[in-house]
Design a protein around this ligand. Structure first.
Ligand code: ADP
Length: 484
């Protein structure tokens, strides 16, 4: 198949979260299955193309024609990433927001990107079988294909698949965004783009995409309920026949303790001595006692409400009374940054905190901890818990979304499972779950078995790419029959 993947983040070129990991790894897995794949993203500040400009084009936003140059960079041999160079929108300090919050013109920035995706596809990539969109930033592509380009025969055979990586971010803007999108007001209705008297980009994508996907099976059911649907649960239920949940895979070239260049000592399940060295090195790096032999719990996360840190705040005092150390890497909302900052200053020999985004340190933490804590309120897929399995760092998670799909709860009776799960979003349940993990850690025979089982779990992109292949096929067929 001929596939174009459009994304606002692609690792390793631009990343704020899991979306980038997916857009960087899935194309390679699809390529390995024999497909012709291209990726398209904005050329943000600091991204340097591999070649001179490949093409240029005009695309319209807010009734103004804007010119972009298209550059190319190679994600892998024969796997191009097309970079949209429009400095006015993309040559900025960061991807989505400055010091004063989200950029005021994000609606125009990503409406324009979506328009460029359409223009580039119709002019330079004829006979595409599918365009794969990701999140609200590219959700306008299916909307534009069914409106501005509805009569363009070049898209008759091109299906659209929208992957929703997080329902909590929908791209909601004032109704003047209808002019930015250049769409008539007949589309500002409840069954189209209107949402609480505003324009909702993600909603548009869900209404118009041929097939919708999210990043775990469990989350695909959860988002059809009021608790997780953020107001779009009714629409998602309406489209449930076209809604799927393909779990993200992991790029094990990047996340494998046997080959990881970032960690202190490499190791595998056959010989865990390197993991002990990694733990010692991590403790020293965090200013903790490096000969501490008790359990070390790690957190690597965006510090956002979604991730369950209000529960951590509730149990923080009790946690500090237990025999364990805590290592935290994260940045985000000020109240959580100050929570961890305070803990580190009150318990300097128990808690190590780095309030930053630091990719190599994330690897060193995965290798050096015994347990990873992810008490998320909701978690579409979650990647760190899957990395942790491979690093023999046992996940402690809330049973939601992808966390529930990837972690099997440890059962003492049958001595089975790969981690520790709690179900209700309650601080007491989280604390009990941590007690359970710490008690099991004391039994080194059981713990060793748990680590071995965790390290044997494999969530490769090959399996996920095969499922995407089926969805692409379905999107194309659905589109052709709709046009037909
Ligand atoms: P989300 O996309 O909601 O942030 P995921 O678990 O799906 O959560 O993906 C998070 C990704 O970002 C992982 O690759 C993780 O290692 C990385 N990450 C998150 N916070 C940091 C940080 N402070 N420093 C380095 N990497 C981080």
């Amino acid at each position: 198949m001929r596939i174009l993947i459009a994304s606002s983040e692609v690792a390793p070129f631009a990343k704020t979260g899991g979306l980038a990991d997916v857009s960087g790894a899935l194309p390679k897995a699809l390529k390995n299955l024999g497909h012709e794949v291209g990726v398209i993203m904005p050329m943000y500040r600091g991204i340097h193309p591999d070649e001179p400009a490949l093409a240029s084009l005009d695309a319209s936003v807010a009734y103004e024609n804007r010119w972009s140059a298209i550059y190319r960079k190679w994600l892998a041999p024969d796997l191009p990433v097309f970079l949209v160079d429009h400095r006015h929108y993309y040559d900025r300090e960061s991807i989505y927001c400055g010091n004063n919050g989200d950029y005021w013109d994000n609606a125009a920035r990503f409406a324009y990107f979506s328009r460029v995706v359409c223009e580039f596809a119709r002019k330079f990539l004829p006979e595409l079988d599918v365009i794969h969109l990701n999140d609200w930033q590219t959700s306008m592509v299916p909307v534009f294909m069914r409106t501005h380009y509805a009569l363009d025969p070049v898209f008759y055979g091109t299906g659209t698949l929208l992957t929703v990586h997080n329902m909590g971010y929908q791209g909601v803007f004032g109704k003047e965004a209808m002019d930015v999108l250049e769409l008539p007001w007949k589309y500002f209705t409840r069954d189209c783009l209107e949402f609480n008297d505003s324009v909702n980009f993600l909603k548009g994508g869900i209404v118009f995409a041929d097939v919708i996907n999210t990043v775990s099976r469990r989350y695909s059911f959860e988002i059809q309920t009021p608790e997780y649907g953020y107001g779009l649960e009714g629409l998602l239920r309406h489209r449930s026949a076209d809604l799927f949940g393909v779990l993200n895979g992991v790029d094990y070239n990047e996340w494998n303790p046997a080959t990881d260049p970032h960690i202190h000592s490499r190791y595998s399940s056959v010989d865990l001595s390197g993991k002990r060295e990694c733990k010692r090195a991590l403790l020293a790096e965090c200013g903790l006692y490096s000969d501490y032999h008790g359990p070390v719990i790690g957190i690597i996360s965006r510090l956002a409400g979604q991730k369950g840190f209000d529960l951590v705040a509730e149990i923080a005092y009790h946690l500090m009374q237990l025999d364990c150390a805590l290592v935290v890497l994260g940045s985000g909302e000020p109240q959580y940054e100050s929570l961890f900052h305070h803990l580190a200053s009150l318990y300097p020999h128990k808690v190590g905190v780095r309030l930053a985004y630091d990719a190599p340190l994330a690897h060193r933490i995965e290798a050096g901890i015994d347990m990873l804590l992810m008490p998320s309120k909701y978690e579409p897929c979650g990647l760190n818990q899957i990395y942790s399995l491979k690093y023999g760092s046992i996940p402690i998670v809330r049973a939601t979304g992808g966390l529930d799909d990837t972690i099997e709860d440890y059962d003492y009776g049958s001595d089975t499972g790969t981690g520790f799960k709690f179900y209700r979003y309650e601080a007491a349940d989280l604390l009990n779950c941590i007690y359970r993990a710490l008690a099991t850690y004391q039994d080194s025979w059981r713990w060793h078995g748990l680590v071995q089982r965790a390290m044997s779990r494999h969530y490769s992109w090959d399996d996920s790419a095969r499922q995407y292949e089926l969805l692409y096929q379905r999107a194309k067929e659905q589109h052709v029959s709709f046009m037909g």
